[in-house]
Design a protein around this ligand. Structure first.
Ligand SMILES: Cc1ncc(COP(=O)(O)O)c(C=O)c1O
Length: 391
């Protein structure tokens, strides 16, 4: 008999009942150190006092009104995002997938309004992940996600990861945009080097293409800048955001330059929940903390500590681990052992990590993780590897 919850997930036999900062408490009382943060969502850890206050105050005042009306909290969050980024305008969603939907619609509308409706193709890259909607799976294009769900939304050209020569060759009259994650998450923590990011921007400029960045996983302070593309000193035209911006409350956003967004006039897009007072009150509280330069400096310091400790771990366990990859607090361990075995051994050591493609385990701690917690996490990973090796 089919379970009452549609069985689309492979769930670990863990049931967490409470979260405190970087810790998750299991129903049986065990305390797990959380290097998953709900897959890069709990940017400020669990039950951060500022977020608890924001959601509680707002919940006691007004939850939802609909986008038929002015929403001051939404305006405030949009103003913060516009002030802190390349963007001129913001649309709020509830998830990364919905942000992907709008980013694609926006690119199509841009070319339609410019009188070039044939420019529907968007170039994407192997190993990418943009969500599980029909557009999201067609954009990523992997067989794993698309098999059985055809016919797929047309208009995507899939290229090898980061292959700029292939990109040059793929730019035809029907290509209107490029969509890429600055750091692939699900694909196995693969950062696009800054030089390639710059090249990508230059190619888009030279061929008049829109550059759409998917910063759903790598954005909101995760790499040590507010958004990952800032490291390369370039701006996108459109950017997808979600996960960390809500700190655990469902919230996403599409940020765009005025030029790219010009076609999205009244009636062209909408969302019942997107940008409601409750979500945006939390989003404002997240931004007030994460966008601060002192906070980001701390993220970079802790990222350095974690990375260095992980290099030592790889050296100490050459049969289990191959290499450290990633940037900021978006790190991956390329495994020699099967990554799922490593994730399970880490569970036994009461540590949460997240598997990814390419036999990688992801380490995506809360950005608020302390130096002591980083040392403890690496000690637990060491224990996990030792246990795995002696099994
Ligand atoms: C880069 C990226 N884009 C899009 C998504 C989809 O976001 P959501 O699951 O919030 O719909 C994800 C989710 O993991 C992601 O990592």
């Amino acid at each position: 008999m089919i379970p009452s919850v549609l069985p689309t997930y492979n769930r670990a036999p863990l049931s967490f009942v409470k979260g405190e900062g970087s810790w998750l408490i299991e129903a049986d009382g065990r305390r797990f150190l959380d290097l998953g943060a709900g897959i890069a969502v709990n940017a400020l850890g669990h039950a951060h006092p500022a977020l608890v206050k924001a959601v509680t105050d707002q919940a006691q005042t007004l939850w939802h009104v609909s986008n038929l009306y002015q929403i001051p909290q939404q305006q405030a969050l949009a103003d913060k995002l516009v002030a802190a980024t390349f963007a001129d305008t913001v649309f709020f969603t509830n998830s990364g997938t919905e942000s992907c939907e709008l980013a694609i619609k926006m690119a199509r509308k841009y070319w339609f309004d410019k009188g070039q409706p044939d420019k529907i193709d968007i170039v994407t890259f192997e190993g990418s992940f943009h969500g599980r909607s029909s557009a999201g799976i067609a954009a990523a294009g992997s067989e794993k996600m698309t098999k059985g769900f055809g016919p797929l939304l047309p208009g995507f050209v899939h290229l090898p990861w980061g292959d700029m020569d292939a990109l040059r060759g793929a730019i035809t009259d029907t290509v209107g945009a490029v969509l890429i994650e600055p750091v692939q998450g699900e694909g196995g923590i693969r950062p696009l080097p800054d030089a390639q990011m710059k090249e990508l921007r230059a190619l888009c400029d030279a061929h008049d293409l829109l550059l759409i960045l998917d910063e759903v996983q790598c954005g909101v302070g995760r790499t040590g800048r507010l958004f990952a593309h800032e490291w390369a000193g370039i701006d996108p035209d459109i950017m997808m955001v979600a996960k960390g911006i809500g700190g655990g409350f469902p919230l996403g956003a599409v940020l765009a330059k005025e030029k790219a967004a010009a076609g999205m006039t009244a009636g062209t897009h909408g969302s019942t929940y997107g940008g409601n007072p409750l979500a945006c009150a939390v989003g404002c509280a997240v931004m007030d903390i994460v966008a601060e330069s002192d906070f980001l400096a701390e993220v970079n310091r802790k990222a350095g500590q974690l990375r260095q400790a992980l290099e030592g771990l790889v050296a100490a366990h050459p049969d289990t681990f191959e290499a450290v990859r990633g940037t900021g607090l978006m790190l991956g361990l390329k495994c020699k052992a099967t990554n799922l075995d490593v994730v399970n051994a880490a569970y036994d050591a009461e540590l949460i990590t997240v598997p990814a493609a390419d036999n990688v385990i992801r380490l995506l701690p809360p950005l608020t993780i302390s130096a002591e917690e980083i040392s403890e996490a690496v000690a637990r990973l060491d224990r996990a590897a030792t246990n795995l090796e002696s099994a």
